[in-house]
Design a protein around this ligand. Sequence first.
Ligand SMILES: [Zn+2]
Length: 65
Amino acid sequence: MEKECLACGKKPLDKNTIGINKKLIGKSIKTFYCMGCLADYLGCSVEDLIEKIEEFKEEGCTLFE
Ligand SMILES: [Zn+2]
């Protein structure tokens, strides 16, 4: 099923976006934010999120492409 942003309805959300939602909000969540809305929600910038994704990838996290 196609995932869309809970806040703005943007879709589809890519695997990295879904992965960072799960990492930062919780694995069991069923609704997801796009990068912009997640940054707003967490009070950080999209660039911070992209850096986080890169960090998790380097750790070999399977939630990311
Ligand atoms: Zn959004």
